[in-house]
Design a protein around this ligand. Sequence first.
Ligand SMILES: *[C@@H]1O[C@H](CO)[C@@H](O)[C@H](O)[C@H]1NC(C)=O
Ligand SMILES: *[C@@H]1O[C@H](CO)[C@@H](O)[C@H](O)[C@H]1NC(C)=O
Length: 441
Amino acid sequence: MSNWYSTMKILLHLLTAILLIAGTVFAGDYLRPPPRKTFHFPWDPKSSSQPQQVHISLAGDKHLRVTWVTSDGSSPSIVEYGTSPGKYSAIAQGESTKYSYLLYSSGKIHHTVIGPLQENTTYFYRCGGESPEFQLKTPPSMFPVTFAVAGDLGQTGWTKSTLDHIDQCKYDVHLLPGDLAYADYLQHRWDTFGQLVQPLASSRPWMVTQGNHEKESIPFLEDGFVSYNSRWKMPFEESGSTSNLYYSFDVAGVHIIMLGSYTPYDEYSDQYSWLKADLLKVDRKRTPWLVVLFHVPWYNSNRAHQGEGDDMMTSMEPLLYAAGVDIVFTGHVHAYERTRRVYNGKSDPCGAVHITIGDGGNREGLAHRYKQPPPEWSVFREASFGHGELKMVNSTHAFWSWHRNEDDEPVQSDQVWITSLIGSGCNTGGGHEMIRILMDS
Ligand SMILES: *[C@@H]1O[C@H](CO)[C@@H](O)[C@H](O)[C@H]1NC(C)=O
Ligand SMILES: *[C@@H]1O[C@H](CO)[C@@H](O)[C@H](O)[C@H]1NC(C)=O
């Protein structure tokens, strides 16, 4: 690369950074309480072939994907695993990738799928033939199953508090509706985030979708989602999608769909066609619960980010309604809000419960100002950091609770039993029934 070109790259990078800072300062019209500081833990590359930033994710029936980073480019992408410590009865060979972003070059990012694995079972594993040994538990294949839910994490003192609370709860899978590292163009922050979440993310599957802080596109220089897609590979191929930005998976009796708020969603888009095809395949006898996650909320009575989800909602809400989606989780707004079952802007017994949970602990602080009076569909709203737990007890009953990080204790604040749409007389037939509903609408 010529010197001139490098200089231009740096100048453009600086310009982008200035514009971003200006945007952050002037965008909000609400007062935020003091956010906690971003952690400044040194980026410590360890011995070069030592696995770092280990995290796992579901990768199709009975399989998990193990992801880690090494500084050493010749370190092998193998995972050894078994059900007793130190004894590895199986070994899997995976793939690897790396990327450059402006002046940053990533380490070698390994993705290795292991399985078939037994359900609800503890496995011990080692990456690239190197210690340390990690430990994971696979999800159960039937109810009950518990999800931890927290979005807009970042890497601050509040993030740490939220993660500590999640660690204390018994859960099977973590669901993250967007905004992970808040790297915001500074790539080493993806590495420190990977280290921060490793204790949790190496032991339970983390299933994520992307938010605005994952985009990191710079006109003419960098495409969007380069780091996110390289580091957080999700089972999109396993679910018939052509993009890591939207995919689906099953856990026990729950079908979960991850959508992208920042990738085209209009009715001519690939995402829309994929979503429709995926919903048509849902069999509620096998997966009685249907849950969807994406970043930008459609039902939000906070003054922050008003209306940003409207276009996606216009395009996709009829599909979700026709399929009988039970619960929608979103982030983006740094506060918590739960709705009644809603559709088309008002309460509807056959609509989804929408839960905004963008309160994981990012450095931007909380969104305090709400529209008054609250819309009829809003049941509970509060601007505090925290996390949620969704326990699917059986095919008809789920217990949802939200825990705020008050005084660094996980105080349970909102809780509700949610009953599934199965047997409610609403659309849950999938297949032909759903096509008929869509044709009629
Ligand atoms: C999973 O294992 C735990 C303890 O090992 C047990 O209590 C629980 O009932 C199991 N869950 C299922 C769905 O098998
Ligand atoms: C499902 O769980 C709820 C709550 O514990 C219980 O009231 C209900 O009877 C259960 N249903 C079945 C079919 O077991």
